[in-house]
Design a protein around this ligand. Structure first.
Ligand code: NAD
Ligand code: RM4
Length: 256
């Protein structure tokens, strides 16, 4: 129970890493505003499942639909936190997309969409959360889900990897801007985690290749990342800000 009495927002909480993070935050005592974007999910079933999972571990929760690329969504998420739970202590900027595509014929609209959701979405929601935390004057914790892709390239991810580097850079800058308010800002860099974002890309051959490359011998699971978000959001990380935590089973260092 590292987060008893705390109130958290998680963007893109309907599936994958966001859903696992919402569940782990709740398991540690936090009340959670779950953001879903039903348009991206083809309906609200996934968001409702996530809501039920959070409730099943005993967490208070509220589900709010909205596209993080719309600046108004961040404000609505904060309003929901305050209306339902009275305050906001933790913001997890997780929502992200990676529609794998080659570089030379990258459609302009696809590039812009990935930047809008991944980078601007992180910016707008973080800004809205920070405004509320500053108003409360009791500090807070912001965690952005960056990626190992902030550190390494991907030939089919030329629209995506710069947004993940950008999200980490955003946390470094806001750590400075918000440090005087006692608000800590960090990023988590997951390696290869099996979710809907890469289910098609991770063919059996590629999965086998990754498992060989990863010193811990397996692909990651959403909960592996979620537990690290809990740590960074909690008082255990009280002197950690502007940092990144690589959660990749050792894949990055296994170069030779
Ligand atoms: P996922 O596809 O399972 O989940 C993505 C979530 O974001 C879903 O809940 C989806 O509804 C939501 N979403 C998509 N567009 C949205 C929008 N416009 N507004 C609000 N929500 C939106 O994928 P995931 O792997 O859980 O990805 C979560 C985050 O983790 C992403 O930022 C991704 O870049 C990052 N990440 C994933 C991996 C991996 O290997 N899976 C590795 C590194 C980083
Ligand atoms: C991550 C990383 C993973 C990839 C996903 C889509 O940031 O690059 O390897 O599967 O994105």
């Amino acid at each position: 129970m590292l987060l008893e009495g705390k109130v958290a927002i998680v963007t893109g909480a309907s599936r994958g890493i966001g859903r696992a993070t919402a569940v782990e935050l709740a398991r540690h005592g936090a009340s959670v505003v779950l953001n879903q974007f039903a348009v991206a999910d083809g309906g609200s079933a996934a968001g409702e499942e996530a809501y039920a999972e959070v409730r099943a571990v005993g967490g208070e929760a509220v589900l709010v639909d909205g596209d993080v690329a719309d600046p108004a969504t961040g404000e609505r998420l904060v309003e929901a936190a305050v209306a339902h739970f009275g305050r906001l202590d933790i913001h997890v900027s997780n929502a992200g997309i990676c529609p794998f595509h080659a570089f030379l014929d990258m459609p302009v609209e696809l590039l812009r969409k990935v930047v809008d959701v991944n980078l601007e979405g992180a910016y707008f929601t973080t800004q809205a959360a920070a405004r509320q935390m500053v108003k409360q004057s009791e500090g807070g914790a912001i965690v952005a889900i960056s990626s190992i892709s902030a550190l390494v390239g991907g030939g089919m991810q030329t629209h995506y990897t710069p947004t993940k580097a950008g999200v980490h850079s955003l946390m470094q800058s806001v750590a400075i801007a918000l440090g005087p308010h006692g608000i800590r800002c960090n990023s988590v860099m997951p390696g290869a985690i099996l979710t809907d974002i890469n289910r098609d890309d991770l063919t059996p051959d590629k999965l086998e290749h990754f498992s060989q490359r990863i010193p811990l011998g397996r692909i990651g699971e959403p909960v592996d990342v979620a537990r690290c978000v809990v740590f960074l959001a909690s008082g255990l990380a009280g002197y950690v800000t502007g940092a990144s935590l690589l959660v990749d089973g050792g894949m990055f260092v296994n170069l030779q």
